[in-house]
Ligand binder design. Structure first.
Ligand code: FAD
Length: 393
């Protein structure tokens, strides 16, 4: 097989990049290890920044999001018995976020790719990357027992944190930076109306909690839990009771509970790979970096990587600007580190750490300071709606 860009992974990064390139007449093949159903079964992100929303529209996959997604103009932080609203719209000169589930984004991108005739090979096993530093890299994989080779100009490693692409980079060329947090998030998805129209982040002495949603009838709730928590010990009743205990009284009283339709525990991690380009292979999205989900930045960072690689490839093919591909890492990493900083900060101020009482008081003072000053509120708001994408030129 032959293509211009071989894309590893059919998560949001791979599908979005594939669709944008396809619309520019740049041929791609996407190789995905799992089945479409498996990919769609992962319940993850739900808060989309404006940059991501614009890119999805540009990929001609934004119609259903515009119809069914919910625009949010603010969110709340509860701590020390009070609830402070962050008015995103007024603090950022009109910017907002869109609440629309990652599963739906993925489904829309899969449909758009199928409609445009792009090739996606699901169930591609033992994917291997070859000759990254030559002018004609290759990817091999196995499908139904056959060994298949894809010749290409470039490889986009969009295969998430556990994928093969990052592992294929030469060990002496790659640097990684990591912080593992001493807790996780226990998440529940339930077919119940959300407790609030906007997200509520709760900092409580029992631990952090988050009230989020996917639609008017589908809610997503999280509570901070221990890393070694056994999910079987968390009945729905125990989860709802713990969540209520961490929310402001009036919010807890109006919370509608119901059977969970998904329940999982996610560890929290900050992770960055430098650089993100190895010869003709580019790491994109979770393959290159991870943020704790508190700042709702993971999927959105994947989107800004896609934006940068898409424009660099587009200009390489249409204007001969291969020099832009050389700048891919530095452009991406400037925005990534700022989002890493915000995600780390908001995680640090909202979660319970097993530290000394002095640190706990400092945490409360930090929240009071940021939510009590216009400068503090603006800092939170402009990071939450997403920092601007850097032009690729
Ligand atoms: P992935 O979604 O991981 O996709 C990678 C794909 O590559 C997968 O389909 C995988 O099967 C495939 N693959 C892996 N290995 C191989 C291989 N060897 N060969 C072929 N294919 C392979 N982000 C936000 O912005 N906002 C949020 O609110 C938010 N909440 C989150 C909540 C949770 C609980 C979690 C876990 C994450 C959350 N995120 C959030 C992060 C977000 O889900 C990820 O950043 C996003 O999925 C990254 O997309 P991706 O396409 O880069 O990687």
């Amino acid at each position: 097989m032959k293509t211009k860009v071989a894309i590893i992974g059919a998560g949001p990064s791979g599908l979005l990049l594939g669709q944008l390139l396809h619309l520019q007449g740049i041929d791609t093949i996407i190789l995905e290890a799992k089945s479409p159903e498996y990919v769609l079964g992962r319940i993850r992100a739900g808060v989309l920044e404006q940059g991501f929303v614009d890119l999805l529209r540009e990929a001609k996959a934004g119609e259903r999001m515009d119809r069914e997604g919910h625009v949010h103009e603010g969110f709340s932080i509860s701590f020390a018995g009070k609830q402070e609203r962050i008015d995103l719209k007024s603090l950022t000169g009109g910017k907002k976020v869109m609440v629309y589930g990652q599963t739906e984004v993925t489904r829309d991108l899969m449909d758009a790719r199928a409609a445009s005739g792009g090739v996606t090979i699901y169930g591609a096993e033992n994917v291997e990357l070859h000759d990254l530093y030559s002018d004609s890299p290759r990817v091999t994989f196995q499908k139904d027992g056959d060994l298949i080779e894809v010749e290409c100009d470039y490889i986009a490693g969009c295969d998430g944190f556990h994928g093969v692409s990052r592992k294929s980079a030469p060990k002496d060329e790659i640097k990684t930076f990591e912080r593992i947090y001493p807790f996780g998030w226990l998440g529940v998805l339930s077919r119940t109306p959300p407790v609030s129209e906007e997200l509520i982040y709760a900092c409580h002495e029992r631990g952090f909690a988050l009230c989020s949603m996917r639609s008017e009838s589908l809610s997503r709730y999280y509570v901070q839990c221990a890393l070694d928590e056994n999910i079987d010990e968390w009945s729905d009743e125990r989860f709802w009771s713990e969540l209520k205990a961490r929310l402001p009284k009036d919010v807890a009283e109006r919370l509608v509970t119901g059977p969970s339709i998904e329940k999982s525990i996610a560890p929290l991690r900050s992770f960055v790979t430098e650089p993100m380009k190895f010869g003709r292979m580019f790491l994109v999205g979770d393959a290159a970096h991870i943020v704790p989900p508190t700042g709702a930045k993971g999927l959105n960072l994947a989107s800004s990587d896609v934006y940068t690689l898409y424009h660099a490839l587009r200009k390489t093919y249409s204007e001969g600007r291969a020099d832009l591909l050389e700048k891919y890492s530095e452009i991406c990493l400037r925005r990534i580190w700022k989002a890493e900083r915000f995600s780390w900060w908001i995680t640090s101020v909202l979660h319970k750490f097993d530290g000394d009482p002095f640190s706990a008081r400092i945490q409360q003072a930090e929240l009071a300071y940021y939510t009590g000053s216009l400068a503090g509120l603006t800092t939170i708001a402009e990071n939450y709606v997403g920092l601007p994408y850097e032009p690729v030129e």
